[in-house]
Design a protein around this ligand. Structure first.
Ligand code: SF4
Length: 308
């Protein structure tokens, strides 16, 4: 955790405490938990495990980043990567302390991503009795349509000015038109457009599940139609091999790599290529990269203006 990060969508990572517990299918292969175990950081994970609280020197770092950002006039994005900011088991008083830090660092944009979006509204109100500051981007993790239907209304209810979806690991097709359609999608929708950005990525690490390219293309097109920022973070462990759409036609030496395919119902068949359906090759996150149909998608919400 520090001033640089390999996470594609943020400038820095910093967490107000350390530890969490799994709450949904997006947590199945939690990177932060794996790191915690690998680094022997102690028992901070799981039900009843006390989250680790940090000392003052840790809390001073964002204040220094804020001063540097003020000098250069460049806002910096900070992502708490090894906790959930709306975890019920946060150490006593630390969420309030985090709120004060956010207010004191107006040159940092805080990416508050949660899998507990139902907690966000009341906890934000408690953190910021005078209203949440503009340097918060609030995000909900959405991995499938069930979570979209359940959690996007909660995100829209939260008292913030910038909202985003983190659709990683994307585990199925998701329609967002009920929430972003009015920006240019289907006529007749009444929902106000209140989602500012959509970040999409596949799963990486051991046991990673493949992401069908059609799911990603659909979200790209929905965002384009609605004029919502679309950011494609990564394919994850699995990359497209062939494609019925004629894109990404790649032949690899499959004697050395695992491959499988999505059948006609988008059901994953975990062995062998299939010339007629969507083949996926397990080549690793780095090799799989983040190119979609020949280009990168690096859009962010146009919200720095909000933070000024
Ligand atoms: S909410 Fe996030 S940090 Fe917590 S277990 Fe799930 S994936 Fe890991």
């Amino acid at each position: 955790m520090g001033t640089s990060t390999a996470i594609e969508w943020t400038d820095m990572t910093w967490s107000p405490w350390e530890g969490c517990q799994k709450v949904g299918p997006g947590c199945d292969h939690c990177y932060a938990e794996s790191m915690n175990r690998w680094l022997h950081r102690g028992e901070n994970w799981g039900p009843g495990a006390p989250r680790h609280a940090y000392g003052d020197s840790h809390w001073d770092k964002p204040r220094r980043w804020n001063e540097a950002a003020a000098r250069t006039g460049q806002f910096r994005k900070v992502f708490p990567s090894i906790c959930d900011p709306f975890d019920n088991a946060a150490p006593e008083g630390e969420r309030q302390r985090f709120g004060r830090l956010i207010i004191d660092t107006p040159n940092l944009v805080w990416l508050l991503l949660t899998k507990r979006i139902g907690n966000a509204g009341p906890m934000l109100s408690a953190m910021f009795p005078g209203g949440a500051p503009a340097n918060i981007w609030l995000g909900a993790t959405i991995v499938n349509q069930t979570e979209a239907d359940r959690d996007i209304p909660r995100l829209l209810d939260a008292p913030v000015s910038v909202r985003f979806l983190s659709m990683e690991p994307l585990l199925g097709h998701v329609s967002l038109y009920d929430w972003i359609g009015q920006r240019g999608g289907r006529p007749g929708l009444q929902a106000p457009p209140m989602i500012d950005g959509v970040f999409v990525g596949g799963e990486s690490g051991r046991g990673a599940r493949p992401m069908h390219p059609a799911w990603v293309r659909s979200l790209r097109d929905q965002c384009r139609d609605a004029k919502v920022a679309f950011h494609f973070k990564q394919w994850g462990e699995w990359a497209p091999g062939n494609s019925c759409a004629g894109n990404d036609l790649i032949e690899r030496d499959r004697s050395k790599i695992a491959s499988g395919f999505f059948d006609y119902n988008d059901i994953w068949m975990p062995s062998g290529p299939n010339a007629f359906r969507q083949t996926m090759d397990k080549i690793g996150k780095k090799a799989a990269g983040r190119c979609l149909d020949g280009r990168f998608h690096d859009d962010f919400p146009d919200t720095i203006a909000h933070a000024e």
